[in-house]
Design a protein around this ligand. Structure first.
Ligand code: NAP
Length: 292
């Protein structure tokens, strides 16, 4: 764990624990929010390889630090080192936030709240197609169940992972089916009554996957007449991914991943400080960190 050079006491020091942390925007977001709300606190990066996770939690308790964000690859493994987890974290099966409840170290998950925030005003579709079956897909599934969407279709490169997710979540939906990754192109046009398509894969991310989309423009275009409606990309760097670009060109409504990122961070901030983060300004601030 990195030593702090700042004068902020440990209980007012927060940070993100993950590995690697190169592209994380959490330090920028929370540092900005502390300054903006006039809270004397600091937010740092705790790059923690998997083998060092137990030592990290021990050191965190000993200081003790004020709270933490938790990211890949620790969201599930960290649960074993905590005193308890919230119902939401249990429901998702992963933790992205550490906070103190009296003297006990608890895990919570704000990804579901973050995912739902940009959907608040949307009419519910007949079905949702989720692309990818990793940790973020779990929060998306929990969110869709929370909204009461009855039919969900899962497609992932590794079919076994989608099947495991389907087993874990099947009781929460009237219909939860898995299709082969190769068949995802046919689904949007086959669903009547409105469809949300959610990309939870890293396809489209700046770096090695930039410019790639998990769904083609032709698939989006074919779906238009069937009442398809909303494409949601969890990727937020770049903001306009190839997936969203293809959807927009075919006339779909889109949601980018930045509002989700800000909303999940705002929920953490509220848990740690009791204060609201100004989310519109936070988004505008983060846009200055993303290349066009
Ligand atoms: P994860 O646990 O590693 O899962 C990634 C999923 O994408 C897996 O199903 C994986 O398949 C699949 N995948 C990876 N590369 C692929 C490729 N080239 N082609 C097809 N499928 C591929 O990651 P995660 O935590 O779920 O995060 C997924 C994405 O969501 C990341 O881009 C992350 O930045 C983003 N995210 C955004 C927010 C937000 O607030 N906006 C929050 C959480 C996550 P395999 O199992 O076969 O590898």
């Amino acid at each position: 764990m990195a030593s702090e050079r700042s004068s902020v006491p440990p209980e007012h020091t927060f940070g993100v624990c993950g590995y690697p942390l190169g592209q994380s925007l959490s330090p920028a977001l929370h540092t900005w929010a502390f300054a903006r709300t006039g809270i004397a606190a600091a937010y740092t990066s705790w790059e923690t390889p998997p083998a060092e996770l137990p030592a990290f939690v021990t050191a965190f308790r000993k200081r003790p630090y004020g709270g933490a964000s938790v990211t890949i690859p620790h969201k599930q493994n960290i649960v074993a080192f905590l005193d308890g987890v919230t119902d939401t974290a249990t429901s998702i099966g992963a933790v992205n936030t550490l906070f103190w409840k009296n003297d006990a170290l608890f895990g919570h998950n704000t990804d579901m709240e973050g995912f739902l925030a940009p959907l608040a005003a949307e009419a519910l579709p007949a079905a949702a197609l989720i692309l990818g079956a990793g940790g973020a897909a779990r929060a998306v599934l929990a969110g869709l169940a929370h909204l009461g969407i009855s039919r969900v279709i899962l497609a992932a490169r590794t079919t076994e992972k989608a099947e495991q997710l389907a087993r874990d979540y099947c009781a929460r939906f009237a219909s939860l089916s898995v299709i082969a990754w190769e068949d995802r192109e046919n689904i949007p046009a086959a669903v009547e009554g409105g469809l949300w398509v959610v990309n939870t894969t890293p396809l489209g991310m700046r770096g090695k996957a930039e410019g790639l989309s998990p769904l083609s423009g032709a698939a989006f275009a074919r779906a238009r007449d069937a009442g398809a409606c909303l494409a949601y990309d969890l990727v937020y760097n770049p903001l306009r991914t190839a997936f969203l670009d293809a959807a927009m060109k075919a006339g779909w409504t889109v949601r980018d991943g930045l509002d989700m990122f800000v909303a999940q961070g705002a929920a953490q901030f509220r848990l740690w400080t009791g204060q609201d983060m100004p989310v519109r300004d936070a988004r505008a601030f983060l846009l200055t960190h993303l290349e066009p």
